[in-house]
Design a protein around this ligand. Structure first.
Ligand code: ADP
Ligand code: MG
Length: 243
């Protein structure tokens, strides 16, 4: 079977007025199904650009991207939308929640972008809230939740499409270190118990240590690709595993 993610020599150039900015300068990576990867590197090194391409939110200037062996450049708009809605879940630094909607409504948002909303939308919403420890908070507005709870809500929203891949761009960037660890434990659990492939961008070594593999970026290129033999989340007792 093909690798889940394979990129070959990805290049992304942005026109900034007269100047071309090279955000990616030839990135070739392979990520297997079930991986837990951290992407590190200084600000401006191309991490978000790569994440956006992996999530089919953006296209490279050149180079190839195979998702499950399928070349993404050959997909049409509908197929790309389907990938963003079903295959990939996104989590961002600033949570991106709708403040006037309840927790349950927020997690159900991705369902609105489907051709037909499922009959069991409420059940699905409650299930994903429970998976991130927010059972009972269905009717809370995001503004009544702590930062950690808001990010858990954003993770629940990412989970509602039962994605194969979770892409998180600096998900702990606005959280204190303790809360950041809680978020990383959730990713770790989703990776271990559901075999969801998790890719997390972070600046912090203590966040990256939860991953099994750490890819370091510099100036739009991969500078290092390391295995982490003892990821932090592995020491968790089985009792912490959610259904
Ligand atoms: P990182 O996430 O590692 O901080 P980014 O991928 O956001 O880095 O950015 C890489 C480079 O590309 C930076 O120099 C950034 O300024 C530039 N860049 C990113 N997005 C755009 C854009 N939409 N237009 C112009 N330049 C961009
Ligand atoms: Mg970034």
């Amino acid at each position: 079977m093909a690798d889940l993610i394979e990129t070959r020599d990805l290049i992304k150039a942005y026109a900034l007025g007269e100047v071309m900015v090279q955000a990616l300068r030839g990135v070739s990576i392979t990520i297997e199904r079930g991986s837990f990867v951290a992407i590190m590197g200084p600000s401006g090194s191309g991490k978000s650009t790569l994440m956006n391409i992996l999530g089919c939110l953006d296209r490279p200037t050149s180079g190839r991207y195979f998702l499950n062996g399928v070349p993404v450049e050959g997909l049409d708009r509908d197929q790309l939308a389907e990938i963003r809605n079903r295959k990939v879940g996104f989590v961002f630094q600033n949570f991106n929640l709708l403040t006037r909607m309840t927790a349950l409504e927020n997690v159900q948002l991705p369902l609105l972008y489907r051709n037909s909303e499922p009959d069991d939308a409420d059940e699905l919403g409650r299930k994903v809230l429970e998976q991130v420890g927010l059972a009972g908070r269905e009717n809370s507005l995001p503004t009544r939740l702590s930062g950690g709870e808001q990010q858990r809500l954003a993770i629940a929203r990412a989970l509602i499409g039962e994605p194969e891949i979770l892409l998180a761009d600096e998900p702990t960037g606005q959280l204190d270190s303790h809360t950041g660890e809680e978020i990383m434990r959730i990713f770790s659990r989703l990776n271990q118990t559901r075999q969801i492939t998790v890719i997390v961008v972070t600046h912090a070594e203590e966040v990256a240590r939860f991953a099994r593999r750490i890819i370091r970026f510099r100036d739009g290129r991969i500078a290092a690709d390391e295995r982490n033999a003892v990821p932090a989340g592995d020491a968790e007792p089985a009792a912490e595993v959610l259904p």
